[in-house]
Design a protein around this ligand. Structure first.
Ligand SMILES: [Zn+2]
Length: 181
């Protein structure tokens, strides 16, 4: 198992947890001390994904990784962190132990993970995934994110694109009354 940081293939296991049908191992690279997680599980049949329109297709990691890369484009993230995110998502899917999973479940998992990893990537993914139909719902999502944010957390400039200008608060469309009074 190569270190995602330096590609060295010696690591030591610092923690190991059995979760039924998979074993999760925390490893530390013996070269650069990077910590990473591996999952070991019995390979069963391929997972099928049930799409919204009722079609089914075989789960495709390449597709997942491609959409993650798209969401994370130009963000200050290591390639390895995207692969790791895909690993985590796959591990959760495997732990659920189903042969078929709805595409929406994968979408929600991706959003949960991206929210922790990079907020800009999260908003990008969510705006496509949730198919925000207008600017207002996009702003609502951004505001919800800001409100849920610990003010001290933002030392990485993740929100800089949102901070540059104040987000307009959702304003009810008040009509100016015309005419008398
Ligand atoms: Zn390393």
């Amino acid at each position: 198992m190569k270190c995602p940081q330096c590609q060295n293939d010696h690591s030591r296991v610092v923690d190991s947890r059995d979760s039924g049908d998979s074993v999760r191992r925390r490893r530390q690279c013996s070269e650069c001390s990077e910590r990473f997680t591996t999952y070991e599980r019995v390979h069963t049949r391929a997972l099928r994904v049930a799409k919204l329109d009722g079609r089914r297709e075989e789960y495709d990691r390449e597709k997942l990784v491609a959409s993650l890369h798209k969401a994370c484009a130009k963000r200050p993230l290591a390639m390895a962190s995207i692969e790791r995110l895909a690993d985590e998502i796959e591990a959760e899917l495997a732990n659920a132990g189903r042969l078929e999973v709805r595409s929406s479940i994968i979408g929600e998992l991706v959003m949960d993970k991206l929210k922790e990893l990079d907020r800009v990537a999260y908003i990008r993914f969510a705006s496509v995934y949730r198919d925000f139909s207008d600017v207002e719902s996009f702003i609502d999502a951004a505001n919800a994110l800001l409100e849920g944010q610990d003010a001290t957390v933002d030392d990485s400039g993740q929100m800089s694109f949102l901070d540059n200008r104040k987000l307009p608060r959702h304003r009810g469309r008040r009509r100016l009354k015309s005419g008398a009074q």
